[in-house]
Design a protein around this ligand. Structure first.
Ligand code: FAD
Length: 350
């Protein structure tokens, strides 16, 4: 049987400081469900608002959880920084007397969570995809490039669990006026001054984990086309126009991403290995995926494991996609198809 657990969900506000991030709201859902399953006490800690007014406003979205709400606020905690974030998380977890700590696997928490677990004498597991309770609390995660799924349970407490984004629905309760308790943190010595944020241009931000659609570009975009010519510039324009109109996230096959580093021919400048999907790339989670000019070989398709509905456009009727790896395959020229699709999307938005 479970001993009485105290679940603490660590959350943080978005860049504007006014709302909890989507990944934080997903962690809240995980906390609410687990607390219900094991009859545990639930507390939620908020990191990052500039003032308690901002904390109360950000907490409006999670008042319906009925959880005790705690916040660390103030200028020192607005910007992510190891020393201040670790001190804030440690203080929140101590105030909540947490035995299980759930947090989104955001860059902000990934950076500090292991250190905080160590300070509290606890243990941490990362990339958690689901939580359940049998006799004990159990967490699952994937190993070996998403091929083996493990179920983990531990006696050590506090037990920190960082949740992968997209594995839980974002908490969406009725928003109401919140009463958040302020938790005061003794400011640690800091050496890092955050001077500001430098973000890539909007068009350059092609990896969008929250997008409904993953658009994959394969090496075919840079190959000789039926007219005997390559059309890389046109390919780049078509792909970027589609991303702009659809808000899709951009993935790439390894063959296409590799071309840039080898410098063999002019390729799409907005693609890097960060876009690569597959065995030696990423395994993102999106509701739908559209593959273009890609052969659909197994080392690539293994990265599509968590894509809900799969479609592909390929000239090759014998490509991997047609062999049971996609739900729908269009045997067609992706240059022609995407030109038409973009025209339809542009007409819809104007
Ligand atoms: C150990 C190992 C790890 C690997 N890891 C990965 C990985 O993580 N990710 C990955 O992607 N690959 C990986 N690979 C490589 C993988 O096996 C394939 O070589 C690669 O995915 C092929 O990329 P591609 O389909 O884009 O290119 P190609 O195989 O060159 O296919 C291009 C396709 O585009 C089509 N095409 C051309 N023009 C058009 C057009 N106008 N319209 C429509 N279709 C068109 C062609 O018919 C062809 O099917 C790995 C391989 C190994 C050995």
């Amino acid at each position: 049987m479970n001993t009485m657990e105290t679940i603490h969900v660590l959350t943080h506000v978005d860049e504007n400081g006014s709302a909890l991030t989507k990944a934080s709201l997903e962690a809240v859902t995980a906390g609410v469900v687990l607390a219900r399953q094991i009859s545990a006490t639930l507390t939620i800690g908020i990191l990052g608002p500039a003032s308690m007014e901002a904390a109360n406003s950000a907490a409006g979205a999670i008042t319906a959880t009925g959880a005790r709400l705690l916040a660390v606020n103030g200028e020192a905690f607005v910007q992510p920084r190891y020393a201040t974030d670790a001190a804030a998380c440690e203080t929140l977890c101590r105030a909540a007397q947490a035995s299980i700590v759930l947090a989104p696997g955001s860059s902000r928490f990934v950076r500090v969570a292991a250190g905080v677990a160590h300070r509290l004498g606890g243990l941490i597991d990362t990339h958690i995809t689901s939580l359940s309770s049998n006799d004990a609390v159990e967490a699952t995660r994937w190993f070996y490039r998403q091929r083996v799924e493990a179920t983990i349970s531990r006696d050590a407490r506090p037990w920190f669990l960082l949740l992968d984004a997209g594995t839980h629905a974002a908490f969406a309760g009725e928003s109401a006026a919140a009463q958040v308790e302020e938790i005061v943190v003794t400011l640690p010595a800091t050496r890092t001054t955050v001077e500001g944020l430098r973000s890539p241009m909007r068009d350059a931000q092609t990896i969008r984990p929250d997008a409904k659609l993953l658009f994959v570009a394969g090496a075919g975009w840079t190959k000789k086309q039926p007219d005997g010519q390559i059309h890389v510039a046109e390919a780049g324009e078509l792909i970027l126009a589609f991303l702009r109109c659809s808000g899709a996230s951009l993935g790439s096959s390894k063959s296409l991403a590799d071309q840039k580093s080898e410098g063999e021919q002019s390729v799409l400048p907005f693609l890097t290995h960060m876009n690569q999907i597959g065995q030696t790339g990423a395994t993102p989670r999106h509701a739908k995926g559209l593959s273009t000019c890609c052969h659909g070989e197994e080392p690539h398709v293994v990265g599509w494991r968590f894509i809900g509905e799969r479609r592909a456009i390929s000239l090759d009727p014998n490509c991997g996609w047609t062999r049971g790896k996609a739900d729908v395959v269009y045997i067609a020229d992706a240059f022609e198809v995407m030109t038409q699709v973009n025209a339809l999307l542009e007409a819809r938005s104007s």
